[in-house]
Ligand binder design. Structure first.
Ligand SMILES: NC(=O)C1=CN([C@@H]2O[C@H](COP(=O)(O)OP(=O)(O)OC[C@H]3O[C@@H](n4cnc5c(N)ncnc54)[C@H](OP(=O)(O)O)[C@@H]3O)[C@@H](O)[C@H]2O)C=CC1
Ligand SMILES: O=C(O)CCC(=O)C(=O)O
Length: 476
């Protein structure tokens, strides 16, 4: 059994769960510990005990530890990327790319340790000094999803540690191996016991314990909108700091003046790569009527040339869906699209490969309307849909007509429309002539409306969540 890591020690749990390769369900990657409520309580107690000391720890020591972690991740990116692809199903190049991103994130936050800033200001009163400083929040409970098994945990863990917080992390049950491997690296970085704790187990047990224990000062969650709403309510109910990243129904507008190759590349990458299992996926392609026929024909041609198969295979463009339940959800939405009257222009069926896995042909619906369920609800699979638009103004109105607001993209050669779109797209991240998915690691990540709640993740903006502001007045 791969153990949990609590208070600086590897510990067995009462039970374990099998981690299964979605490309080949005969391949069991390993058995991973499942903490119960009692073990989770021990982890919370360890983190709470370590917090006061870690909050005052030397910033050079924190920077060195994070830098060491980042270096080892980068040095082992091929091995760790292979493991990631084996457990999650994105292709090996995508897995290696994600691991490299995780390494870069640790190195970025290693430097951020050294850049903690404050303000010293004159007071409006005579003979008084005012100082504004940032302090750690304390213990941070991290609840992670399955679709980015190492990048999302890293962009929560690295800033938490950099700003002097203790960490409790619960990876998604479907993908414990990447965070376990990351923990093994962190365990050798010289952090005091209790500063970093891995608590693998069920959301309903471990996640719930984080949410309801007052010693956990902040909760950083990424996952579905349904779970996110429950997490937010529980955290706010006891006044814990909370940051929630959820889904999207991200539009990509293609205008008549777009470069066709750029439009097709953005659409195919954004909608179908990583098996469409990205919250930033382009799940609504809103296409102006003048370019619509050429665009649909070119996307279909590109989809026909893609190879679906074992995530670890050479030359594979699209790996499997993550598990049976996600595959069932994708197939159910394909059925819904047909019933709603959308045209099934490509795919729509499972694929048999050499190994038993959850393979689905990339699927394209055309002639969709924005009020169909497939245009409003997040599918989270390799299913794209094309919605015709009469004009730029019509396309923008359709793009903004959604419950979500994570990413929003446009493909155009017009500076006027690009500039207008950047200003008027109701989303946290706006993309012009680049795919909606695939973001930088050093700038803020997050959305609006039903996609996100709380302050932004990543880049220097992460300090907002992982620190708390103190204003000190001093009579002189
Ligand atoms: N905006 C963003 O940044 C991102 C959003 N997502 C969204 O995440 C979803 C896919 O991820 P998925 O893992 O299925 O999402 P879930 O919401 O099902 O799970 C996310 C995490 O929450 C845990 N959890 C489940 N129930 C509870 C609970 N009652 N209390 C506390 N924790 C709980 C899960 O644990 P368990 O291990 O038991 O499943 C998992 O670790 C998609 O909808 C996608 O859009 C994904 C990535 C990024
Ligand atoms: O698009 C990206 O690079 C990151 C997206 C992400 O975090 C997600 O889809 O869960």
């Amino acid at each position: 059994m791969k153990q949990n890591y609590i208070n600086g020690a590897w510990v067995d749990a009462a039970s374990s769960s099998a981690n299964i390769n979605p490309s080949n369900t005969n391949d069991i990657i390993g058995h991973y510990a499942q903490a119960d409520a009692q073990q989770t309580e021990l982890a919370i107690a360890a983190a709470a005990a370590a917090a006061p000391g870690w909050a005052l720890s030397n910033i050079q020591m924190r920077a060195d530890a994070l830098d060491k972690i980042g270096s080892e991740i980068l040095a082992r990116k091929e091995e760790l990327g292979t493991l990631l692809s084996r457990e999650e199903g994105k292709t090996r190049p995508e897995g290696i790319g994600e691991v490299a991103r995780a390494g870069a994130i640790f190195k970025f936050f290693a430097q951020e340790c050294l850049r903690l800033r404050g303000d010293k200001l004159p007071s409006v009163r005579p003979n008084v000094d005012v100082e504004v400083t940032r302090e750690p929040v304390g213990v941070v409970g991290i609840i992670a999803p399955w679709n980015f098994p190492i990048a999302i945990p890293s962009w929560k863990i690295a800033p938490a540690l950099a700003y002097g917080n203790c960490v409790l992390i619960k990876p998604a049950e479907l993908v414990p191996a990447s965070v376990w491997a990351l923990t093994e690296i962190i365990s050798r970085a010289g952090l005091p016991p209790g500063v970093f704790n891995l608590v693998m187990g069920r959301g309903s047990v471990v996640g719930q314990a984080f949410l309801h224990d007052r010693r956990v000062n902040a909760i950083s969650f990424t996952g579905s909108a349904a779970t996110g709403a429950k997490v937010a309510l529980a955290a706010i109910g006891r006044m814990a700091k909370v940051q929630i990243e959820m889904g999207g129904k991200n539009p990509l507008i293609v205008l008549n003046d777009a470069d066709l190759a750029t439009a097709v590349n953005c659409a195919v990458q954004g909608s179908f790569f990583s098996t469409g299992q990205r919250c930033t996926a382009s799940s609504r392609l809103i296409v102006e009527k003048g370019i619509y026929p050429a665009f649909v024909a070119a996307v279909k041609e590109k989809l026909a040339a893609l190879t679906v198969g074992d995530a670890l295979g050479a030359g594979i463009d699209i790996g499997p869906v993550v598990d049976q339940s996600q595959l069932d959800q994708d197939m159910a939405y394909i059925g819904i699209g047909r019933e709603e009257g959308a045209t099934l222009a490509f795919g729509g069926e499972r694929i048999e490969c050499a190994t038993p896995g959850f393979f689905l042909r990339p699927t394209l619906f055309t002639d969709c309307s924005n009020d169909m369920r497939i245009s409003r609800e997040e599918i989270f699979g390799p299913v794209g849909m094309v919605i015709p638009a009469d004009s730029y103004e019509h396309a923008l109105a359709l793009a903004n007509d959604t419950e979500f607001g994570l990413a929003s993209g446009i493909v155009t050669t017009s500076l006027k429309y690009a500039t207008h779109f950047k200003r008027h797209a109701e989303a946290g991240m706006v993309m012009v002539n680049v795919p909606t998915a695939g973001v930088d690691y050093h700038v803020p990540f997050g959305g609006r409306k039903g996609s996100s709640y709380g302050s932004r993740e990543q880049g220097t903006y992460a300090a907002e969540f992982f620190t708390t502001v103190k204003t000190a007045y001093c009579g002189v």
